[in-house]
Design a protein around this ligand. Structure first.
Ligand code: SAM
Length: 349
């Protein structure tokens, strides 16, 4: 039996780092027994660091209008079939109030890049109002790429965290996923700025995005190991019927779980969500994500009426639910595997 990958997993557990070549050996040679081996170790680490406690964050998807045209994304500007919507400030605050009642202590405001209608000043005002209403809560933003001044304004208004997946750490791969008007350097610089400004910063990627190779994944792992984000969002790529990638195969469920475990082994304290895409590709996927080392789940707080419109990929789960349904489902799914949803901000340690 060839134990190369298991040896590298052991090395990662001890040293929290592998070279690009070693990552290539892992991605080129793993099988299901390696995945189980990594999951067992990763689960032990997350139990040691976070116990059997699962942090929840409520997502408010407040606008699906986007100026960008990412080839993979269902809310890209060229998708004329998307029914566009925008929540007003009162609606956003109401979603947070309802979430608070349900035990959420982190609110994630996410949208397409819709800065013309939600400029930083307006978002800063919304952040301030959420923090005034719920001083014991964290606010996470996921608005896309902004300049330093805007990010500083939002930080000063009280935003605690920012999610901006890097999508891929390979510049050539980035250019195959995005139109030429979008810049790899700009996204990476934005991530660096977020960290400098003191945000708890989340990077991340889609597993199995079109044209992704083992070299791309090795580059992603080297980047994540160097950058050391506080959070890593990882889910499988899932095609959307109204995008140029409609006929591309979905990402691998198993590889997504394996990469979650590898991230936990590399960055033991990292906040690692079992994502909605993971729950979409396979029923029970989020529970398996937790068993592979994840410790965060991000249920939806958006009004049920708009959920189907924030369709990043086909068949997204939870779009017919209300806030209470989403919350209860997660609680049940976690209880079934011996984990407990806790009422806390759930900051990075
Ligand atoms: N506009 C913000 C930004 O660019 O970060 C936040 C919203 S964006 C829709 C959130 C994430 O959805 C992206 O970072 C991307 O990784 C993910 N996503 C988009 N389309 C997807 C797809 N087809 N399959 C899986 N994930 C997808």
């Amino acid at each position: 039996m060839d134990n190369t990958v298991k040896k590298l997993i052991g090395k990662l557990e001890e040293e929290h780092s592998l070279s690009r070549e070693e990552w290539l050996s892992v991605f080129g040679g793993w099988d299901d027994s390696d995945r189980a081996y990594a999951a067992e170790k990763a689960r032990a680490i997350s139990l040691r660091v976070y116990g059997n406690k699962i942090f929840i964050r409520g997502i408010v998807e407040f606008s699906n209008v986007c100026k960008n045209d990412c080839f993979y994304c269902g809310i890209r500007r060229s998708n004329t079939n998307a029914q566009r919507y925008r929540l007003d400030d009162e609606e956003i605050l109401m979603c947070c109030d309802e979430g608070y009642e349900q035990g959420f202590r982190t609110f994630v405001l996410q949208s397409g890049e819709d800065f013309a209608v939600y400029p930083p000043e307006r978002m800063a005002d919304i952040v301030r109002r959420i923090k005034e209403a719920h001083p014991d809560c964290a606010v996470t933003l996921s608005l896309g790429e902004l300049e330093r001044d805007a990010l500083k304004l939002l930080k000063d208004a009280g935003a605690d965290r920012y999610l901006l997946r890097h999508e891929t750490a390979d510049k050539e791969h980035y250019a195959k996923l995005h139109p030429a008007e979008m810049s790899f350097e700009h996204r990476m610089n934005c991530l660096r700025t977020l960290k400098e400004l003191g945000y708890q910063t989340g990077a991340g990627l889609m597993v199995g995005s079109p044209y992704q190779t083992n070299e791309c994944l090795a580059e992603d792992m080297v980047f994540l190991g160097d950058f050391k984000p506080h959070m890593i969002g990882i889910g499988p790529f899932l095609p959307h019927k109204d995008t140029p990638f409609r006929d591309m195969p979905k990402g691998s469920y198993e590889l997504t779980l394996f990469i979650l475990s590898l991230c936990r082994l590399m960055l033991p304290d990292v906040l690692l969500p079992a994502t909605t895409a993971l729950g979409t590709i396979r029923e029970g996927g989020r529970a398996q994500g937790v068993l592979a080392g994840a410790n965060v789940i991000m249920p939806n707080l958006s009004p049920t009426a708009v959920r189907k419109k924030y369709m990043l990929y086909n068949d997204k789960i939870g779009t017919s639910d209300n806030t209470s349904d989403s919350r209860l489902k997660v609680e049940k799914e976690m209880a079934e595997i011996g984990y407990e949803v806790v009422i806390t901000r759930g900051d990075h340690i």
